[in-house]
Design a protein around this ligand. Structure first.
Ligand code: SF4
Length: 297
């Protein structure tokens, strides 16, 4: 392998024969975890945009797509329904919103971000049909397999619920990308490794690694200001990611190596704002050490 890990960009280049860009979309869905205030007010790290795009947040889906495409020619795109839980609505609404991507011939893929407990039984046939018409990927937020970590983050779902949804998607041939957070307060390196080993067992199509970071307007910011936990330093994060990649099945595509959020709502750690520098440091250290994804798997 030329690259020390199986990157999403090279995966896309191989699949589509060129560069493919993602269009971040707020499709106007809600999140069940935010609606039920009795269980913690949503995930502790979640901002009011539900991890979606902030600048185009109030625009319609076509406006968001067309603004992104304006002035660009000859490229391919993936529409990424990113904000909140993009399967959390009646099937008729899901169908109407998903169908919009077929109005754009440049769009070759649809990525749907959601929670493990937010896909109704009736939605699976729709996802299965979509998967036959476009490159579909469902992104499931998991963050960790450990109950204490899930509790700390106010995820309000279990690992078993995740597994149930994961298998329902996988048995329909739908690619699943799993989101994991590194640096959850109280979680040890061994526990992070256990999560990675579990990924090796279930084999998702891809993984997004996120550094635990603090955004404005979140419950996590309140805990951070009270000094209830410490964030990872850049070097610590780099070493942890290399360690986890070395143990990760080389067939799993790495969609992301660290978190990414707009400066306007970002609080800490400051080093995480320079995502490119962190990724370059991970790559060059892995090359220097002649190590690679799966070396210790
Ligand atoms: S499930 Fe997603 S949208 Fe909902 S509260 Fe958690 S991070 Fe936010």
């Amino acid at each position: 392998m030329d690259e020390p890990y199986r990157s999403f960009n090279s995966f896309l280049r191989k699949k589509f024969g060129g560069k493919v860009r993602k269009i971040p979309v707020n499709a106007g869905f809600a999140c069940p975890n935010k609606e039920d205030r009795a269980v913690g007010g949503g995930c502790i790290f979640c901002d009011s945009y539900g991890s979606g795009p902030i600048k185009s947040y109030d625009l319609s889906i076509p406006e968001q797509i067309e603004n992104f495409l304006a002035g660009r020619r000859g490229e391919k795109y993936i529409a990424y329904y990113q904000a909140h839980s993009n399967t959390y609505a009646p099937v008729s609404e899901l169908r109407r919103k998903y169908e919009l991507v077929f109005n754009y011939k440049e769009i070759v893929g649809l990525f749907i971000g959601t929670r493990p407990d937010a896909i109704a039984e009736e939605a699976y046939p729709l996802l299965e049909q979509l998967n036959k018409r476009i490159y579909l990927s469902v992104e499931l937020g998991l963050q960790t397999i450990h109950p204490a970590g899930l509790r700390y983050l106010h995820r309000n779902h279990t690992y078993e619920q995740f597994l149930d949804t994961f298998h329902k998607l996988k048995e329909r041939g739908i690619d699943v990308v799993v989101h994991l957070i590194i640096g959850i307060p109280g979680e040890t390196k061994e526990q992070m490794l256990e999560t990675v080993k579990e990924m090796n067992r279930i084999k998702p199509a891809g993984i997004k690694f996120h550094l635990l970071h603090v955004l404005k307007g979140t419950l996590l910011l309140e805990a951070y200001k009270k000094k209830e936990f410490k964030l990872l330093e850049k070097e610590e994060y780099i070493e942890l990611i290399i360690f986890l990649l070395e143990h990760l099945d080389p067939g799993i595509v790495i969609h992301r190596l660290t978190g990414e959020r707009d400066r306007e709502i970002f609080y800490a750690p400051a080093w995480a704002l320079n995502k490119v520098e962190a990724i370059n440091a991970i790559r060059s250290k892995m090359k220097e050490r002649s190590t690679f994804q799966g070396r210790l798997c």
